[in-house]
Design a protein around this ligand. Structure first.
Ligand code: MTE
Length: 324
């Protein structure tokens, strides 16, 4: 079960979750080849109109550690980059692919504020400088009951938060997406209260599975997936995985998050994947693994915490029906 070197500094052996499965390098490369990842697979508009900054492409060179947490097949690149939720670009699943190429992501900086010793404006280059990048294959479960398996590229969220030296009064972290209506047509209309905001308890944010992604399928993120920097929280519903992050704030009280504020009876702050707690309008017991069709809906059983049992201690003693 080995064949890949783990980055011991990023995830210590004691933290490696029992669900972690390591695949051999050759098997991994074989999967990528089968899925036809290459320039030809890129959707035309994104390929033609969005260019990844050269420094970012350079940053992605070199060896990376790899962690694979499922034996399920990868969701094809075209589905991961063509079926998206990014309401800043529209409400339809194909709107982000059609619209997000307009987003300019270079230069990019993140404002860090609140209860930490090192607030400031950090360029993405600064953030990435000391980081050891990793490939991590995670299951991804949307609250709308569809799911994917995605090979992310990024680094542990906790490693960045620790560098910023949270103060003892900091209990939560608040993340904010870019607000730029001239490039994000969805922000020119009512709908959600912009900018999109998400939050985590600090101990959740420090869990080794929590990740900041800058890429997927071994290449830089495309805008529709939240370029250049997004959260990935595989045990939570997808809406917690906020895209195109421009601000991180350490706070003492639970942040008001976009969906929990907009529809508090439907979306909670925690949003842990939980097949026992239905959405008021649909069951969460099953999910459609994409790609799926009406004829082949590809249903499968949803697992508690999306199968990532190592997070359970974070919620010990909590009533997960009330804290949904
Ligand atoms: N982040 C922002 N800023 N805006 C969004 O609309 N949608 C969320 C999440 N992050 C969203 C967001 C939802 S509902 C999901 S399911 C995931 O992004 C989808 O990520 P993907 O499109 O990369 O699969």
């Amino acid at each position: 079960m080995s064949g890949c070197q783990k980055n011991e500094a990023a995830v210590r052996p004691s933290e490696i979750t029992s669900e972690t499965i390591y695949l051999q390098r050759r098997q991994w490369l074989g999967q990528l080849a089968l899925l036809g990842v290459g320039v030809a697979a890129l959707p035309w508009s994104a390929q033609a109109a969005y260019s990844v900054p050269a420094w970012m492409n350079n940053r992605l060179h070199g060896t990376r550690t790899r962690e694979v947490t499922t034996t399920d097949s990868l969701t094809p690149f075209k589905d991961v980059t063509g079926y998206n939720n990014f309401y800043e670009f529209g409400l339809e699943k194909t709107d982000p692919l059609a619209e997000a190429y307009r987003l300019s992501t270079d230069p990019w900086s993140v404002k860090v504020s609140g209860l930490c010793d090192l607030p400031g404006h950090y360029t993405l280059e600064d953030i990435l400088k000391p980081v050891a990048l990793e490939d991590r294959v995670y299951r991804f479960r949307c609250v709308e009951a569809w799911s994917m398996v995605i090979p992310w590229l990024g680094f542990p969220l906790g490693s960045l938060l620790k560098r910023l030296r949270p103060q003892s009064a900091a209990r939560y972290v608040r993340f904010t997406t870019l607000y730029r209506p001239e490039e994000m047509p969805g922000q020119r209309h009512a709908g959600l209260a912009w900018p999109y905001v998400e939050g985590l308890r600090l101990d959740e944010a420090m869990h080794p599975l929590a990740m900041l992604a800058i890429g997927l399928y071994g290449r830089a993120l495309l805008p529709q997936n939240g370029a250049p920097l997004r959260l990935v929280l595989p045990w939570k519903y997808g809406f917690k995985s906020i895209k195109s992050i421009v601000a991180i704030e350490f706070v003492a009280a639970p942040p008001q998050t976009t969906w929990a504020t907009m529809a508090p009876h439907e979306y909670g702050f925690y949003a842990n994947v939980n097949p026992a707690v239905d959405h008021p309008r649909w069951s969460q017991a099953r999910e459609r693994r994409l790609p799926a069709t009406l004829w082949e809906p590809n249903w499968r059983t949803t697992l508690m915490f999306n199968g990532y049992a190592s997070v359970a201690p974070l919620y010990q003693g909590m009533d997960l029906r009330r804290n949904f």
